[in-house]
Design a protein around this ligand. Structure first.
Ligand SMILES: Cc1ncc(COP(=O)(O)O)c(C=O)c1O
Length: 343
């Protein structure tokens, strides 16, 4: 429950915790464009340490972080190999065509994964051929927007393939802490399998704003310059980095609870007539389902629940999604399921 409502639309809706608000108030700040903000510097140092890379950069959003990664890794008219359903393709408003000028080579996913033989076939083998674009980057999400986690073996294999062709790998790790919770490893352990990663602090981790882009010092130096080009150089950003530090070091460790709640929700939804729950898709904090003979259609359900102070998204291609997070308790889940059963 958050502000008297149960909001299941996404984990992006999470508001800063009391501890975060206090940290924001008390944060030491300076001009970050001059490199003078001690709290931003601390956040960037901590992020690099945790992910076992040389450097990190605090940016306003996951979208800017992904787009900066492309802007640094890829030259205009070069090609990025990536899943057809990923955030960069579907939800970043075509930014790559404007910012980096990259061409997106979208690979049809199979159970969320780009098949590696297709990736290999898609890599341009002759950079001197004047007809074809040059491949410059491979990128994918972990966990992905459908809540599925890529295995360590898959991550290893993508990196090995990329190395064979001397290509960097960028991970959109908006929900990497959800992924490592499922994989049962520390984020440090994944460092060998990518060159750069984008980690959102403002999703299930409850920070109000912000993402860290992490990689080598050389990469981050260039990303810092290009962040300025995008107008993303912020001044006394320590008030945002302070909750970011809590997100990174503390909130990242409690995601098991959200995953368990998602599994509980999934289990309880089986009690509701006219709902097909996709149990095998519940790996992290997302529950996917379909209305199949339910009394209300998707729009009617959205309105009905809104009247009961439960906020959900409508269907997308016939599929609906509930997302658990810090502000969704087991009791909230019982409330939701009881209301849906009564319908
Ligand atoms: C997988 C993934 N990548 C990137 C983003 C972008 O983050 P932002 O909304 O901060 O731009 C999102 C947002 O939900 C996401 O789900």
């Amino acid at each position: 429950m958050m502000n008297g409502r149960i909001d299941l639309r996404s984990d992006t809706v999470t508001m800063p915790t009391e501890e975060m608000r206090k940290a924001m108030y008390e944060a030491a700040v300076g001009d970050d464009v001059y490199g003078d903000d001690p709290t931003v510097n601390e956040l960037e140092k901590k992020a690099a340490e945790m992910f076992n890379k040389e450097a990190a950069l605090f940016v306003p959003s996951g979208t800017m972080s992904n787009q900066l990664a492309l802007f640094v890794h890829v030259k205009r008219a070069e090609e990025v190999i990536l899943p057809d359903r990923c955030h960069i393709v579907e939800h970043e408003a075509g930014a790559a065509s404007v910012i980096s000028g990259a061409q997106l080579r979208c690979i049809q996913v199979n159970k969320g994964e780009m098949p590696l033989d297709v990736v290999e076939r898609s890599i341009r083998k002759n950079p001197e051929d004047i007809h074809s674009p040059r491949t410059a980057l491979i990128t994918y999400e972990n966990a992905d927007s459908d809540g599925m986690v890529r295995s360590i073996e898959y991550m290893k294999n993508v990196k090995a393939l990329a190395e064979k062709y001397n290509l960097p790998v960028h991970i959109d790790g908006a929900r990497i802490f959800n992924a490592v919770e499922v994989l049962g490893v520390d984020v440090k352990d994944l460092a060998p399998y990518y060159d750069t990663i984008s980690v959102c602090l403002s999703k299930g981790l409850c920070a109000p704003i912000g993402t860290v882009l992490i990689g080598s010092k050389k990469f981050i130096d260039e990303a810092r310059r290009k962040r300025k080009i995008l107008g993303g150089g912020m001044r006394q950003a320590g008030i945002l980095a302070a909750p970011g530090l809590i997100a990174l070091t503390k909130m990242s460790k409690r995601l098991k609870e959200d995953h368990e709640n998602a599994k509980y929700l999934c289990e309880r939804m089986k009690e509701i007539k006219g709902i097909d729950v996709f149990e095998n898709l519940t790996q992290i904090n997302m529950v996917f389902f379909k209305l199949n003979g339910f009394k209300l259609n998707s729009d009617e359900l959205v309105s009905y629940l809104e009247e009961k102070n439960i906020i959900i998204n409508g269907e997308d291609n016939g599929i609906m999604r509930f997302v658990t997070h810090y502000y969704v308790t087991k009791e909230d889940i019982d409330t939701l399921v009881d209301i849906m059963k009564a319908i």
